[in-house]
Design a protein around this ligand. Structure first.
Ligand code: AFP
Length: 328
């Protein structure tokens, strides 16, 4: 018996109709989903084609390897340009802000291949993006938008074939890729309330480099939860959304080699922390930085700004925020 599935595009058309929205967002989303599928394809066939090595390596055909991150960046830019809807884009793979179309309607902030240490192993990586809309009431100055001003944020887990999209004040939905390369079977995701399935996710090797208050919290609480860490935010956050708990990448402030401290955190605010914070808010959770400030409230000063991140189930993140707001 054939099981007919609702496609992502059909879901989105209905969403736009229900909320009286324009077709412009559909065109932009079509571009991002096309990019997601192409990146998925390149990643799946990358080992055979020799794309999973480091840039500068020579593959079996004797050609110089183009890094997967760079391929993913080029694919995404191609589709964003083609959409005609994007004013400028910020990409993890580009030093500068990429000016695209002054008459566009949206800003897109993206990381086309997040979790690069997984690439040589063909393990899951992420393609993360946040979208903000231009000022439609008056002149647009092109300033960088805080997460609270995003209208949508999404994440592809590649090559697993899952796509998660948070829509402003309308929830978070997950889709799976099918054999025809369509994302199908929308399912609304809410973080589970019951702590029974909650997990903690952080790089345990960094544990003793965190602020003492965070170290203390870990010691007092870790036995209550299972522990999982993949090293690619999309994969770790995907688990978290379904199981609940907290992912954290705290500031590094007690490294034995002070030069290796990262008081501002490691993750990027605009296309990592704010993306998962937005998706998480729409799924009933929250996210804060090292000062306990909600990630979505942080106004970026520069496009590659970093931030510490605590994201997940509200009670856990609120507990951490209270600790961080008290002086050490
Ligand atoms: P890379 O893309 O440089 O591997 O960084 C991935 C990432 O930004 C995020 O996806 C992970 O959660 C985090 O960094 C992993 O960092 P550690 O390797 O320090 O644990």
């Amino acid at each position: 018996m054939i099981q007919f599935e609702q496609t992502f595009m059909n879901f989105l058309l209905h969403h736009q109709e229900k909320y009286g929205r324009t077709y412009h967002f559909l065109i932009l989303m079509d571009a991002l989903v096309s990019a997601g599928k192409y990146i998925q394809h390149y990643y799946l066939t990358g080992a055979l084609k020799g794309h999973l090595g480091r840039a500068g390596d020579i593959n079996v055909q004797g050609e110089e390897v183009m890094q997967m991150d760079q391929i993913a960046h080029e694919i995404t830019l191609h589709y964003l340009r083609n959409s005609g809807r994007v004013i400028h884009a910020v990409s993890e793979e580009s030093e500068e802000i990429i000016q695209i179309n002054p008459d566009g309607r949206y800003f897109v902030y993206f990381d086309p291949m997040d979790g690069s240490s997984n690439i040589p192993h063909g393990l899951p990586i992420g393609f993360l993006f946040g979208i903000a809309k231009r000022n439609l009431e008056g002149p647009e100055d092109g300033h960088l938008r805080a997460g609270k001003d995003y209208i949508a944020a999404g994440m592809f887990v590649i090559p697993t074939g899952t796509f998660t999209l948070g829509l402003k004040e309308a929830g978070t939905y997950q889709f799976h890729i099918d054999e025809t390369m369509n994302f199908v079977r929308p399912r609304q995701v809410m973080l589970p309330q019951d702590p029974k399935t909650w997990e903690l996710s952080f790089n345990a090797a960094n544990r003793y480099t965190y602020d003492e208050r965070i170290q203390r919290w870990i010691t007092e609480n870790e036995r209550k939860y299972a522990f999982r860490y993949l090293g690619a935010l999309a994969g770790d956050f995907h688990r978290l959304l379904n199981n609940g708990g907290m992912f954290m990448y705290p500031a590094i402030v007690n490294h034995p080699n002070p030069k290796k401290n990262r008081p501002e955190g490691k993750l990027r605010l605009m296309y990592e922390a704010s993306v998962v914070a937005f998706i998480c808010r729409e799924a009933g959770g929250m996210a804060v930085d090292e000062t306990g400030t909600p990630i979505l409230e942080i106004q970026p000063r520069k496009h590659h700004q970093r931030s510490a991140l605590y994201v997940g189930s509200k009670t856990l993140v609120e507990e951490i925020a209270t600790i961080l707001k008290k002086s050490g």
